[in-house]
Design a protein. Structure first.
Length: 168
């Protein structure tokens, strides 16, 4: 019975906490690698791309996520205002995917952040703090163009669609 007692104490007070500690260290390390990759990329892009905001700035811009515009596959979109100038924006809060390594976020910031075209919504800024990520786009008060193009009631003529496709 002494053997069972020693075994029980060893498992309960040494091996179980050690297993939990190893699991938590592994989880932390995996998260840290993802965050470091995104941070490294964002530092390189700082001069070229859109403005970087802190999470506290994002909460202020959206008035603590008060005005929800919609919900998508990657997160919720909120209306916000950039000061100074009262510039209206749409802030997409990306939901954290534990399997995501930040590649989609990096791609969106680097590619969409450099596109300036009359028919493409402009990425004005982003936020990346730990696993909290947000994309700040210009606000489209009339909504997205796809709701007009793909609606059951066609509200544009083919000539108008051609003008949209080639504004030059």
């Amino acid at each position: 019975t002494l053997y069972k007692l020693v075994y029980s104490v060893l498992c309960r007070f040494v091996l179980a906490p050690l297993a939990v500690l190893i699991f938590l260290a592994h989880k932390y390390w995996k998260t840290r690698i993802t965050i470091d990759a995104v941070e490294k990329f964002l530092r390189k892009q700082q001069m070229l791309g859109p403005m970087r905001y802190a999470y506290t700035d994002i909460t202020a811009i959206t008035s603590h996520f008060r005005d929800k515009l919609g919900q998508g596959g990657y997160g919720s979109v909120f209306k916000g205002v950039l000061l100074p100038g009262n510039v209206h924006v749409a802030v997409k809060m990306l939901e954290g995917n534990p399997n995501c390594n930040g590649e989609d976020f990096i791609n969106e910031v680097s590619i969409i952040g450099r596109i300036h075209h009359v028919n493409v919504v402009r990425l004005m800024g982003f936020c990346s703090e730990e696993m909290r990520r947000a994309l700040v786009y210009e606000y489209m008060p009339q909504g997205s163009l796809d709701k007009y193009i793909f609606s059951a009631k066609k509200s544009f003529s083919w000539d108008k669609l051609a003008d949209i496709a080639d504004p030059a």
